[in-house]
Design a protein. Structure first.
Length: 308
């Protein structure tokens, strides 16, 4: 059981079989994470470099934990304390790291396309941990795992993603992945934060929250990126909150069984009220837990591990 892909650069073009293999393997690792000893020897001897050029809490810690749970050796690179500050190029950085005999690279970068570029500079396996506005594939995989664990399936479910869709790599990866897995997706946000040409994503687009929320099984909120206000893409945080922020009052728009998700970090009191984020219908912390299992699955399947 392997994957057709050699690297994980995004979910665009990834087959239903590969996504299902990753989610099924993640379920096996989820079981490992419930044991007293949460470690397996499957990637012993493999070295993984975590190359983070951008801030991260969940993704960085989750990958490092996943690597340690698989008995791999993680090496953490931080752009702020590296020779990037002395003007070293990305290509030279990766070629120097490769010369130290590494097997896999997990990369987060503010520029879209960097993971793809790295595949041309090194023979190591490349895993995208978020590149610019492009994709964040392991986030979408953990989102789909969380939904599948809650509802027992993905096909036919209705998911609405609300917020700054235009600049969201999370929304883009989820759109590709969910389309492949037969989810009925709605993308909702202010007109200036919605993509103009979304047909390829196979999603319904609306700026009307009630339309997105009233028949959905899952409502996923995105972080409002404050820097977009300076670009004039939305008028005021207060107006955004009043139209798209979810509080207990707006929760009444949703069917009673619908759940709340958010990739984090949450702007409390803007896209989500605290009593919704921490409420009984929120599965936000389950998403974080499932993230470790999904990343173990991706590392294992691409890293050529055995004896899971
Ligand atoms: N969801 C997510 O990517 O969070 P971080 O930016 O903290 O990694």
């Amino acid at each position: 059981m392997g994957l057709a892909i050699q690297h994980l650069l995004g979910l665009e073009g990834i087959s239903e079989e590969d996504i299902t293999t990753i989610l099924d393997t993640a379920e096996r690792f989820h079981e490992v994470l419930q044991r007293d000893i949460k470690q397996v020897p499957t990637l012993r001897g493999k070295t993984v470099v975590n190359l983070f050029y951008e801030s991260s809490t969940r993704t960085r810690i989750s990958f490092e934990l996943a690597e340690k749970r698989l008995s791999a050796s993680p090496i953490n690179f931080s752009a702020t304390t590296s020779s990037v500050n002395k003007g070293e190029t990305l290509r030279d950085t990766i070629r120097n790291i490769e010369a130290m005999k590494i097997d896999m690279v997990v990369v987060r970068h503010h520029a879209a396309g960097v993971p793809h570029f790295l595949t041309q500079c090194t023979d190591a396996v490349i895993i995208n941990a978020g590149d610019g506005f492009h994709e964040h594939p392991t986030q979408a995989l953990l989102d789909m795992m969380s939904i599948r664990r809650h509802f027992g399936r993905l096909r036919g479910l209705r998911v609405a993603i609300v917020g700054d869709i235009l600049h969201s790599r999370v929304a883009r990866s989820n759109a590709w992945g969910m389309r492949t897995m037969g989810v009925k997706l709605t993308l909702c946000g202010p007109p200036t934060l919605l993509p103009q040409h979304s047909e390829a994503l196979g999603a319904k687009i609306t700026d009307n929250l009630e339309e997105a929320a009233r028949e959905t099984d899952v409502l996923m909120l995105l972080r409002l990126q404050m820097e977009r206000q300076q670009s004039g893409l939305f008028p005021a945080v207060r107006e955004y909150r009043s139209r798209y922020g979810i509080d207990l009052e707006k929760m009444r728009m949703l069917p009673e069984h619908a759940i709340i998700m958010h990739p984090g970090p949450v702007n409390r009191g803007i896209e989500l009220a605290s009593n919704v984020a921490d409420g009984p219908r929120s599965i936000i912390l389950d998403q974080v837990t499932n993230g470790v299992a999904v990343r173990m699955a991706v590392l294992y399947l691409l890293g050529g591990g055995d004896n899971a």
